[in-house]
Design a protein around this ligand. Sequence first.
Ligand code: GLU
Length: 493
Amino acid sequence: MKVRTRVAPSPTGDPHLGTAYVALFNWAFAKKHGGSFILRIEDTDQVRSTKGSEVAILESLKWLGLGWDEGPDCGGDFGPYRQSERKNIYQQYADELVAKGKAFHCFCSAERLNQVRADQRARKETTRYDGHCLSLTESEIKEKKQKGESSVIRLVVPEEGESTFTDRLRGEISIPYQQIDMQVLIKADGMPTYHMAVVVDDHLMNISHVIRGEEWINSVPKHKLLYEYLGWPMPELIHLPLLRNPDQSKLSKRKNPTSIGFYRDSGFLPKALVNYLCLMGWSMPDERDLFDLEEMVSEFDENRISTGGPIFDLNKLSWINGQYIRGLSHDEFVEELIRQIADPEKISQIVPLIRDRIERFDEVISKADYLLGDIASLESSDYEFSDLPEELIHQILFIAVSSLEQLEDWQKDSIFELFSRCAKYLDLDFKKFMKPIFVVISGKKSSLPAFDSMALMGKSVTVSRFRRAMDHIGISGKKRKKLEKEMAAFLNA
Ligand code: GLU
């Protein structure tokens, strides 16, 4: 059997370290076994998926050196590689399942489903679909459809027994069917859900090994039923451990920058990041820390992946990055330095911001330092000049970073528009609102034009400066939760 693995990111938001991590192990496994590595874009969530996010995913995986053999950009024999372009394929298998009695049309309204769930919760039962539409006759279904009632297609799940499957790292796992929901396979808009699409695509794309994060283990019983109902063999499963913050919680942007773009724009070398990701749950037989992708592939053995949650530690990654920097030749160092801080394209974007603000060229560095590199750590006293109460500074930083994180269109005008709305929401004069923000982005009381600056710094670096500033001035997790509650109306609008 030819080994074929895939990474299947959803193009929602910034490319995540977790995607790079999963891609890396799929890539290494395919290379080790002389197989193919496929990139599939899982964009069935039409509301949250964006083209910009897809482009960023492709760019960041390329930056890391994790190229693919088949994908939406380069095609391949098993395309299309974007799920939104495969809609008809899924419908055909859903129809087959319905015809076999393994899936059914469900017309339940959202209100009814909410009520069922609320009742189950009150009885302390697992919340799941109660089978209400399972027994509809063909003529009832026809009648409802003719009346234009909206419907979905759901999976039939056995009443009794359990689903048993094997994960290469964890051995045999059993999950009782009582815990498995009658999953929606095709939504009312005709789009498949993840569960339907993943099974159909993995089968049609001849995926031999599904290597993904452990958060998907509980979904396997649904997938296994689909494979069985459709009479297809199931690929082998390898569920990788979840990356964790130093405090063992699941890796989150609140405690660690999670966007790959942050590492690219903050002076990390792709080889160092990939090396560090290799160490997440895996090690070389001789336990050495530093090695490149080729060395990893030659020693790769999936059975040596440990399932204990690996800690993603920025300090350790920085140490590794330092080792890689020391390993650069003089010329490579110069080249990298130019790329990182004196890239002509970046310089030419900075020029319009400084040319009318200097009288001597030697003033440039002190004015634009924060755009070319990192800033010093901030303390509460750095904000004193603003004359704003501490509570208000906390509110400003929190509302700014939370809304910036949601911003897709990273342009100075959109950031300006967003901040105007934030200031209005806080009932604050715009100039006052901006005072602490100058400090956060530039480390100074005033910066070059703030919106141009943020546009230039990019989303991940800007957001990470806000997050770090909040840590340094002591906005605790508890405080954040409180602020989140207070501003929910604005942030969820
Ligand atoms: N689209 C899923 C994700 O973003 C893929 C999960 C899988 O690999 O099956 O995590």
